[in-house]
Write a protein of this length. Structure first.
Lengths: 540, 329, 327
């Protein structure tokens, strides 16, 4: 009998049908990746495996069998016996997934004692054992720490340790690396890989990131709008997709290696052949913004932290400068200084151009109480434009230009999707007629297909209006796709800067190398090679 | 941690100093003949002049304040016409009604106030937190609705209304309790408790309501957090989740509120003390105001302020200790 | 969990809200809030129409009726239930024989009026202080936070007791009490406004407005104030009943509204000594006070959940704090 047997599963919240007639199975010891964009119903399906929808008002239909337990029919006690003991779950955000008030070791011990009649001491010992197994150094001491004293990666390891405590037959991982930096993500995926080989447990990995799935599973199931689109061995589905949606999804994924782009055929989205127009980025183009040894220090005294620590750079007319770095590298702070939202603590920023910004969060970047048209009109009104019909006409033009319906002038932000809101944000930036736009993680919150459309729009606008772009992102592949030059940031400093092809093709700095090695590959075979390379780098 | 403590206590000291300036300014620089008011309406011009000199009313305001502060720190000698009365530091002046030293007067009133505050505190914490936990445990059922209703009614009832009702019921109608007559703990602990029972219950009944609400609200908030989902997904039972994880998460704000309330109680539960005739700080304040005994009022407001500031600092520290996620800076 | 999951899964395809403003829809959906609103409306009507109603009754709040009280027992009203009759709907006051209905009706004017004035003042001061602290630089914020600390350390009751002693007797008492309560009770509002301003200030749409070229004042007006309305209204609706209690308590202690002017607290204060001989004299104002505060609290709850159903549990505010300060 299969480890997981899902037949005709449907889940609805009120009148929203999150999952419709989903069926799949997973054999003992197998690894299945469930891949889909937001709204595909992938997380809701994973929750149904443990009966977590019970008592929440969600309607669940069909049948779910996990490790011999009929989840739909099981009583509360039987279900509790399944949860944690036979099938354990790892969640997306490791900080909020652990109780902040108790030591990590105590929380693991508590879970262990739910399923095993052992003494407190024995349970504590088991907690230390699993913490040690997932690679937490000084496990005895660290087991007494509370979650906030751990780093993000360590917390996710602790959560995985909790999952391991009762030796489950199935591990369900719901976006386990989404909240993590790329280098940490690689470590966690490697850990999952090793654990699976060692314990023989089954893995169900839910992710939006095709690359993460390619690294970790044997089979993949692509979902869209609550339906299964395609299922098969991972190499097959990613290598030779059959369904149009899978093809489109794969095409939208930004590639880090130029060779990979050719492999999936013509890329309809990315501004192809960036390197083919080097004349645009000539060193003789006019300098728009120049930062000279800027520093930004937050806090004072002992707690002072230099978010940006002596950065110098220039942005020239018409070029795209990519700034890439992990969380805490200071890239967002640098961006805010470039546009003038933050004054540098020391150093100088010279601006010879009008500068605007496109923000990361499509929810908070628009005032929810004002119509999108009014938001776009803001720069016009602020400039002193009083003629209402002129303002309306200009705003409608701008909305049309970014691919929105100008009739949506009077709509409010909550009526738009994330991608559409980013388009509104771009229209607002354009209204100020800037020569340079700083995009701060402008596409990070979007699904890959939307992400591709928005980056394409930016590239189009750049060519048409001769804009310069500063493209700040944590995603190395996206930065590669759009940039002419790239700066790699770490701990407030630029560790490496140069033309994209050079930095990505022949990185000089060890940190850049480490970053590039950590990016998940879409090709499972390549992933194995990279895993080996990472081990080597780590050993070095 | 010690740095945080120091900064917090430094801030408290500053607030106290500012408080003394405000109180001093409000009462001594107010329009009207302060000496006449302070001395009382029946004082002769000569007595008024004497008061005026004792209060240094001829001096500029800042000098007056300096004298006031100096008396607070080093003590002060008052001439009464026939002799000299030494008022030890911290000297808050002399009452012009009774001639007593304000500091001694207040110190004498503190035990009664403390008796009321501590007893009521224990009772309302148990009652409030218990009600909150119970309504979360029985959420979505009739019990929760009933408890929520009772809590709302508790919040809507002024203490003097419930106190009067309790007196009518327990003292007049049922005759099961005596009309409260404060007996110091040191004299007779049993009579002390017996006589304070009604005030404790009145105060606890109305004070428990906000605690029940806050406990319930923060527990529900904690129950909506991700880590509760984790423990559900690992087969932990509902009883453990509510009793261990949700309650622990809700405790920090409840403890902080408790510290604040005890602080303001120590400053005198004005209404309760007046209603039940408890000779505490609060009733003394009402008497002083009615008799326009300014030095006593000033002293009491300062002492009250001291307890509130102290409670604020303690509440912050307790909250920081209870919730280690708070960055101590 | 279902909700979080729904948001996560459904992303932006959630159905847009349309039709009547959701606030009124949600408020109407709460039966308790509707009942409470009706009760509050009745009370306000009682206060506004006090001259008219007492005119119909044929009484006024200050006329003595010594013939209606029994001088032999020290002034207990004649007749059952405190002398309730067709001429005196709620009976008469012991000792003086003044009409209780008229005093209750006129007392409603004072009690509600003082609380309203105090609440408006608290909101005005609280918003100004909170907004300045939230928008100002470190120094301004620190200074205002200290000022707020000092005000918090001055409990409403204590300050009011003290201040009443120094203000000349000729000053109209209701106005004075409204001002005192208003000037010392704004710290809750200012703290909420400051916290909200700080959190709003870091939102990207405020940064975008700055990049658009707006000045601080325009940003405050366009981006911040509209977002502050909901929490401020919520808190104000809960402050209002608390202020009624504060006024009643002051009057109860004999340092609030002075005798010729009726107020519920002042009536309770007088009734304190009559609870055995004339219980209705005590029960009527006590019950009115209870019903008024309860209705306003329930209404406040309704408004709070209707304004922001999700924040309802997050904003831990209640009428309790003020009351305890002087209890």
């Amino acid at each position: 009998m299969s480890l997981v047997e899902v037949t005709d599963l449907s889940i609805s919240f009120g009148d929203v049908h999150a999952v419709r007639g989903l069926s799949f199975s997973l054999e003992a010891g197998g690894a299945l990746g469930v891949v889909g964009e937001s709204g595909s119903g992938k997380s809701a399906s994973a929750y149904a495996l443990l009966g977590l929808h019970r008592g929440t008002g969600a309607k669940v239909g069909g049948s779910v069998r996990v490790a011999g337990v009929d989840v739909q029919a099981a009583g509360d006690a039987e279900l509790r016996g399944l949860r944690g003991a036979k099938a354990a779950m790892v969640f997306q955000d490791p900080l909020s997934s652990l109780d902040p008030y108790y030591a990590v070791g105590d929380q693991i011990a508590q879970v262990y004692r739910v399923h095993h009649r052992v003494s407190r001491r024995a349970a504590r010992a088991r907690a230390v054992e699993v913490l040690d197994r997932v690679g937490i150094p000084e496990a005895v001491r660290r087991s007494r720490s509370r979650p906030h004293e751990f780093s993000g990666g360590m917390r996710q390891r602790a959560l995985i340790a909790m999952a391991l405590a009762c030796e489950p037959e199935l591990l369900i991982a719901d976006e386990p690396t989404t909240a993590l930096d790329v280098t940490v993500q690689a470590q966690i995926l490697d850990l999952l890989h090793d654990l699976r080989r060692e314990t023989g447990m089954g893995l169900l990995l839910v992710t939006h990131d095709v690359g993460v799935a390619a690294e970790s599973v044997d089979d993949v199931l692509v979902m869209r709008s609550g339906l299964a689109v395609e299922r098969g061995p991972v190499a097959e589905v990613l290598g030779t997709p059959r369904e149009p949606y899978t093809k489109a999804l794969l095409a939208a994924v930004p590639r880090i290696a130029p060779a990979a782009r050719a492999a999936v055929g013509a890329d309809p989205v990315a501004p192809a052949g960036r390197a083919a127009e080097p004349e645009r980025t000539g060193a003789e183009a006019e300098v728009l913004v120049e930062a000279a040894d800027v520093r930004q220090v937050f806090g004072r005294g002992k707690s002072a932290l230099a978010a940006v620590d002596g950065v110098s750079l220039t942005v020239r007319r018409g070029e795209t400068l990519g700034i890439v770095g992990e969380s805490g590298s200071g890239k967002t702070t640098l961006g805010r200084m470039l546009v003038g939202l933050l004054e540098p603590t020391s150093g100088r920023i010279g601006r010879a151009a009008r500068v605007q910004m496109v923000f990361q969060d499509p929810v908070s970047s628009l005032n929810p109480r004002r119509s999108v048209g009014e938001s776009v009109a803001d720069p016009l009104r602020a400039r002193g434009e009083r003629d209402e019909s002129a303002i309306r006409a200009r705003v409608r033009d701008l909305l049309r230009r970014v691919g929105l319906d100008p009739e949506q002038y009077d709509r409010y932000p909550h009526e738009f999707s994330g991608g559409q809101r980013q388009r509104v944000g771009i229209a607002r930036a354009l209204a100020a007629e800037p020569e340079l736009i700083v995009c701060d993680e402008a596409v990070s919150a979007l699904d890959v297909t939307t992400q591709a459309q928005v980056t394409a729009l930016l590239a189009e606008l750049q060519q048409e209006l001769g804009l310069a772009l500063v493209f700040i992102a944590h995603d190395l592949a996206v930065v590669r796709q759009v940039s002419d030059r790239v700066a790699v940031m770490r701990r407030g400093r630029i560790v490496e800067e140069g033309p994209v092809e050079r930095v990505y093709g022949d990185p000089a700095d060890p940190y850049t190398k480490q970053l590039l090695a950590a990016v998940p590959a879409l090709d499972p075979a390549l992933a194995a090679v990279r895993r080996a390379a990472r081990k080597e780098l780590a050993a070095a | 941690m010690s740095g945080f403590l120091l900064r917090r206590l430094g801030g408290a000291l500053f607030v106290l100093l500012a408080l003394s300036v405000v109180v001093y300014a409000a009462f001594y620089v107010a329009p009207g003949d302060v000496a006449q008011i302070a001395c009382g309406p029946r004082c002769s011009p000569a007595q008024v002049a004497q008061v005026s000199e004792q209060l240094h009313l001829g001096d500029p305001v800042y000098v007056q304040y300096a004298h006031f502060l100096q008396a607070l720190v080093t003590g002060h000698d008052y001439s009464t016409g026939t002799g000299v009365v030494h008022c030890q530091a911290p000297c808050l002046g002399l009452s012009y009604q009774s001639g007593q030293q304000v500091t001694q007067l207040i110190v004498a009133k503190l035990p009664a106030t403390a008796s009321l505050a501590v007893g009521a505190f224990v009772l309302w914490m148990v009652l409030g937190v218990g009600t909150g936990v119970l309504s979360v445990w029985r959420r979505g059922r009739v019990t929760e609705r009933i408890l929520t209703g009772i809590t709302l009614a508790g919040m809507a009832t002024p203490v003097f209304v419930i106190g009067l009702l309790l007196i009518i019921i327990c003292v007049t109608a049922l005759r099961i309790l005596p009309f409260p007559d404060y007996v110091p703990f040191t004299e007779d602990p049993e009579q002390w408790a017996w006589n304070l029972l009604l005030p404790w219950i009145s105060l606890a009944l109305i004070s428990a309501a906000p605690y029940a609400r806050m406990t319930r609200a923060s527990m529900l908030e904690t129950l909506a957090e991700d880590h509760v989902r984790t423990f559900r997904a690992y087969g932990v039972g509902e009883r453990t989740i509510v009793g261990r994880h949700a309650l622990r998460g809700a405790l920090a704000p409840v403890i902080a509120l408790g510290a604040l309330d005890v602080g303001s109680m120590f400053g005198g539960a004005v209404l309760t003390e007046s209603l039940f005739g408890i000779p505490g700080v609060g009733r003394e304040l009402v008497e002083a105001v009615k008799q326009v005994d300014l030095p006593v009022v000033v002293g009491l407001v300062l002492v009250t302020g001291f307890f509130v500031v102290l409670a604020n600092a303690v509440a912050d520290i307790l909250q920081a200790m209870a919730d280690r996620r708070v960055v101590l800076s | 969990m279902a909700e979080a999951l729904l948001v996560e899964e459904m992303g932006a395809v959630r159905a847009p809200t349309s039709g009547a403003h959701p606030f009124w829809r949600r408020l109407r959906a709460r039966r308790s809030a509707l009942v409470a609103a009706a009760v509050v409306a009745l009370l306000v009507l009682l206060a506004l129409a006090a001259p008219l109603l007492t005119g119909i009754e044929g009484q006024n709040p200050t006329a003595y009726h010594p013939d209606l009280v029994d001088s032999a027992t020290g002034g207990v009203p004649l007749g059952s239930f405190g002398g309730i009759s067709a001429e005196h709907w709620l009976g008469v006051e012991p000792l003086t024989g003044r009409d209780l209905f008229a005093r209750v009706a006129y007392g409603a004017r004072v009690s509600l009026g003082v609380a309203l004035g105090a609440t408006l003042l608290q909101v005005a001061v609280g918003v100004v202080v909170g907004l300045s602290a939230g928008l100002g630089n470190r120094f301004v914020d620190q200074a205002l936070s200290r000022v707020t600390d000092v005000v918090v350390a001055l409990p409403v009751m204590v300050t009011a007791l003290g201040a009443l002693a120094v203000v000349p007797a000729g000053f109209p008492r209701p106005v004075l009490i409204a001002v005192i309560v208003g000037l010392v009770g704004w710290s809750g509002i200012s703290k909420i406004v400051r916290a909200q301003t700080l959190s709003l200030k870091s939102r990207d749409h405020v940064a975008a407005a700055r990049l658009s070229g707006w000045g601080s004042w325009q940003i405050a007006r366009r981006e911040l104030l509209p977002a502050l309305a909901a929490p401020v209204i919520t808190y104000a609706v809960l402050l209002f009943p608390a202020n009624i209690v504060v006024e009643a308590a002051l009057s109860f202690l004999g340092v609030g509204i002075k005798p010729p002017t009726p107020s519920w607290g002042q009536m309770l204060s007088d009734a304190d000594t009559w609870y055995q001989a004339a219980p209705t004299y005590l029960l009527i104002p006590a019950l009115l006070l209870f019903v008024t505060v309860l209705a306003l609290t329930v209404l406040g709850e309704g408004v709070r959940t209707a304004l922001d159903p999700r924040a309802a549990s997050r904003l831990r505010i209640g009428t309790g704090r003020k009351k305890e300060a002087g209890a």
